[in-house]
Design a protein around this ligand. Structure first.
Ligand code: HEM
Length: 214
């Protein structure tokens, strides 16, 4: 078979990620005749009459739209990665390794795009001028460390340290939530879903569910 069965788990994640990248590309213009910041520009997004009335403006600046879209997909993949083990616990079946890894890599990929778009438009130093961006930056560093060590090889090499490092995801989730709350972006639904992810990690509850399953 051209594609081994165990690699099939990558396909749905790859399809979603490709669709998002394709959507993003439509709002990004790269001018290779220019250098530095001039090379990159963003296409403004025109709003429908209904949305324009609701938001009280006719368009969204392209940079704002791209930052928002990359941020949304970063948090969606982070949430998917976070909820995978509680879902496995309840369903009694674990997700295939390659599916888990591709979700993790997509989280790292969209988080990096999100930060990169900000850095290219505002400059790296701007991050350190606002607490909500500093919180986001620390979360970014954690997510990247987790992405880079998501392989089986890293797991074997790092042994016990791997588990301790990957526990930092809890801190990253908290920082991302603070990032959203201070930025005054919609956070409630994410808060509830991440909260459920935390609840299903409580040991006595996990033991109970496992006992019910067996
Ligand atoms: C250096 C790190 C970061 C910077 C500079 C940054 C910057 C920003 C900015 C400026 C916005 C507001 C965009 C707007 O006006 O619509 C934003 C929103 C957002 N960010 Fe970040 N961010 C960082 C890290 C992260 C991380 C690690 C995540 C999640 C994994 C994240 C997820 C989000 C989400 C979900 C939104 C709201 C998008 C929306 O609802 O429109 N950010 N970020």
């Amino acid at each position: 078979m051209l594609l081994k069965k165990r690699y099939l788990g990558i396909l749905p994640v790859l399809l979603v990620a490709t669709f998002v990248v394709w959507r993003l590309i439509q709002f990004v213009e790269i001018d290779v005749t220019q250098t530095g910041e001039e090379m990159l520009s963003f296409v403004d997004v025109e709003l429908s009459d209904e949305e324009a009335d609701r938001l009280d403006r006719d368009f969204i600046p392209g940079i704002e739209f791209v930052t928002s879209l990359t941020g949304l997909w970063a948090i969606r993949f982070l949430l998917a990665a976070f909820l995978m083990s509680p879902i496995s616990l309840v369903v009694g079946k674990s997700f295939p390794l390659y599916f888990r890894q591709s979700i993790g890599i997509s989280t790292g990929f969209f988080t990096t795009l999100h930060v990169l778009v900000f850095v290219l438009s505002e400059g790296v130093l701007e991050i350190f001028t606002r607490p909500e961006l500093i919180f986001g930056f620390i979360a970014f560093l954690i997510i990247i460390s987790l992405t880079l060590t998501s392989s089986k090889r890293a797991m074997k090499l790092m042994k016990r340290k791997w588990k301790s490092l990957h526990r930092w995801v809890y801190f990253a989730v908290l920082l991302v939530m603070i990032h959203l709350i201070i930025l005054d972006q919609s956070w409630l639904l994410y808060g509830i879903l991440f909260g459920l992810g935390f609840v299903f990690r409580i040991k006595p509850l996990k033991r109970r569910i496992k006992a019910l399953k067996s």
